[in-house]
Design a binder for this molecule. Sequence first.
Ligand SMILES: *Cc1c(COP(=O)(O)O)cnc(C)c1O
Length: 398
Amino acid sequence: MTSKVFSRPFTQQESISQEAIDAAIEVLKSGRLHRYNTIGDELSEASLLEQEYANFQGSRYCLACASGGYAMSVSLKAAGLKAGEKVLTNMYTLAPVPGSISNAGGEPIFIEINENLVLDLEDLSRKAISSKARFLLISHMRGHLVDMNKLMQIVEDNNLILIEDCAHTMGAKWQDKRSGNFGLAGCFSTQTYKHLNSGEGGLLTSNDAEFMARAIILSGSYMLYERHGAAPDKEVFADIRLQTPNYSGRMDNLRAAILRPQIKSLEKNIKRWNERYQLVEKKLREFKGIELPERSIEERYVGSSIQFRIPGITNADAKAFLEVNKKLGVELKWFGGDDPSGFTSNHKSWKYIEQQSLEASDKILSSLFDLRLPLTFTLEDCSLLSEIIGECAEPFLY
Ligand SMILES: *Cc1c(COP(=O)(O)O)cnc(C)c1O
């Protein structure tokens, strides 16, 4: 057994840059934290963030809102989801995804995943036909992109309205197209553990004017939609403004001020995440019996976390494996636990939804481990934690 110990926390972000701190202090000094508290035709920090993120994303419109989960439920509402309607979605995702469907009044139908942790497209086709669902909320869980060309063919064949959960693919691309630009809407989170950090927050992007007008009114615009930075023309709101309820979920200027400078560092940070990811991937591949998802060369991913499987591992061994890693300072997540602690990503722990049989994916999740790669880890740290994982895994490998 190894004598190495890892001592860095897996939940430690880099500090907020001086530029962002200065911008936040300016907002605090002004006292005008609410996004519509502007003077003359000045654009608020929230509106400027919308312009800058739309620009980065290459989308026509952007709405800054309270969270990624909020962006998803508002998207479903703005896309016309009716109470009790079915929404196709991944069985492998995080609790805010089924939660957003429930919040919008819909009912999730879970689609199986495959060993590369992306949607099983055959299961999607089958269930799109059998359920007659109009919506697909795809979650690019842990940044793994399914073959988007094949996916779009299924979307087209079944007339699905596609909404993308890009909480883990902000900055990622399939071929030359950014994740979030494939369907009606892209939903992003700026919660601390994602690619931009404002504690909490969400961004919703789209090229569809009427959809975005509805989303803006839903987010609680007090009829001040003309003060938005990346919104449709005011004519688009003519009927929508009085026919759409207010579900307050705006972003404030303080968060927006912290986020704006971070957009400028995103490309550089993607390279830093991927250096870490590729190092850990290479090291873990040296251990026979540890399997890593295969990624398509068409996928330009953001490696802010990494997943691996120990096929065939029993639940008791998986728990023992987590324990030894933890003793040596390596915090792994396991997706096979019966009772969720710290996070929930398993459909079996969402008991408010009618239980669905997903045996193929259950088997994959029961052997799946996950770890974050925060940018506070150096490459040496990444190397060390890979060695610890590999050595801890040895007794459980075949
Ligand atoms: C974090 C996350 C979200 C959104 O989370 P919020 O906390 O609501 O911003 C959505 N999907 C996935 C897969 C996530 O990890």
